[in-house]
Ligand binder design. Structure first.
Ligand SMILES: Nc1ncnc2c1ncn2[C@@H]1O[C@H](COP(=O)(O)OP(=O)(O)O)[C@@H](O)[C@H]1O
Ligand SMILES: [Mg+2]
Length: 348
């Protein structure tokens, strides 16, 4: 069975690094592991020390059992909707200016396309573990809400209202409740424009079944996934992390753990032998000690308030661009619940 690990959190907290690091560790534990990123910044490639990433999963040349892929971030709702339309409907949609405008401006489309593609890899059953570094749009939560948003958009209330209940006839726009408004619009904008709007809405509705079915499949995979929420102890990413604990149980599943990245080591709290240090050094040591304590308080409060399993990954002074460096980061981590993340026969 393919397990899925979703690594999510605010931008810049270390998601891509941690996704890559987990990938290296899992591959070294003997699991066929794919790490998928949607990060256009190409951080995954540099973290794994490879020149570039392709849209299709490619095996890592130096790490047996590890594959990596970067999803095309320009893949959009358009591609997804086209996949679910009949060929002639798809043709009409492709040339409809309203469809083009809507697909470019629908904010969740990138996240949806990413979730859809990632789920394709999970369903391929070619890997034991698929690790997804979720896209940063909407603070990452978009990735989880996109399937529902997509189905809502295509079959949702607005569209149902505009197209009048169960797939109405094309003539609806010209003969029912909307008539007075449409007549005015007609005389101002020209009837061809209205024809194109109604065509767009009606064609879009025919994709609903396909989009909704796929959305349910995607949500099923998201619900069965392990989720690591990555943050630091800074207020902004912590409030993003809180959102995942508040909102994910309704969208996917409760996060498996929260990882506080760039943590200062606990041993910095109590530094003995103060007297032998110069006052200047003493001041520095005390400042770091206070910061270490503050970080510990933030973690403890988060754990108490949200019932979260808390893990830490220490701040690393070395650049994290080598496979051994990434694996080392996980070795010094504490509290990552591997038994819940890895396939049962490989845990431990
Ligand atoms: N534990 C750590 N210690 C030191 N630097 C880190 C650590 N984790 C991540 N970084 C660095 O922080 C930067 C942002 O990390 P990245 O993984 O790209 O974040 P995100 O994917 O969340 O935007 C990178 O330069 C990375 O090397
Ligand atoms: Mg990233």
């Amino acid at each position: 069975m393919t397990r899925t690990l979703l690594v999510t959190g605010a931008g810049g907290v270390g998601k891509t690094t941690i996704a890559a690091a987990c990938g290296v560790v899992a591959a070294r534990a003997g699991l066929r592991t794919l790490v998928v990123t949607v990060d256009p910044a190409r951080r995954l490639a540099s973290a794994l020390g490879i020149a570039s990433l392709a849209d299709e999963p490619l095996p890592h040349e130096e790490e047996p059992g590890l594959w990596a892929a970067m999803l095309d971030s320009s893949a959009s709702w358009r591609a997804v909707a086209m996949r679910h339309a009949d060929p002639d409907v798809a043709g009409r949609l492709a040339s409809n200016e309203f469809f083009r405008a809507a697909s470019e401006h629908f904010p969740a489309s990138q996240s949806y396309a990413a979730a859809d593609q990632a789920v394709t890899y999970v369903q391929a059953r070619a890997w034991d573990l698929v690790i997804v570094d979720t896209p940063p749009s909407g603070g990452g939560i978009d990735f989880f809400s996109a399937p529902a948003q997509m189905a809502d958009l295509v079959g949702g209330r607005l569209l149902r209202w505009l197209t009048g209940g169960p797939l109405p006839g094309r003539r609806f726009f010209y003969n029912r409740a909307a008539r007075p408004v449409l007549r005015i619009a007609d005389s101002i904008l020209g009837s061809d424009l209205l024809e194109r709007v109604s065509e767009f809405l009606l064609d879009l509705r025919t994709t609903y079944d396909g989009v909704a079915r796929r959305g349910r499949e995607i949500e099923g995979v998201l619900r069965d996934s392990s989720i690591l929420v990555v943050t630091t102890t800074d207020p902004a990413p912590v409030s993003e992390a809180v959102r995942f604990y508040r909102e994910l149980p309704g969208l996917a599943s409760t996060p498996t753990a929260v990882i506080f990245n760039r943590a200062l080591p606990d041993r910095w709290v109590a530094f003995e032998d103060h007297d032998s240090l110069s006052p200047q050094i003493q001041h520095i040591v005390e400042s770091w000690s206070a910061e270490t304590l503050r970080q510990r308080d933030v973690r403890e409060e988060f754990s108490a308030r949200y019932g979260a399993k808390v893990a830490t990954i220490p701040w690393s002074s070395k650049p994290l661009t080598k496979l051994d460096g990434l694996a080392g980061l996980i070795e010094v981590s504490e509290g990552i619940p591997w038994e819940e993340i890895l396939p049962t026969d490989a845990a431990g």
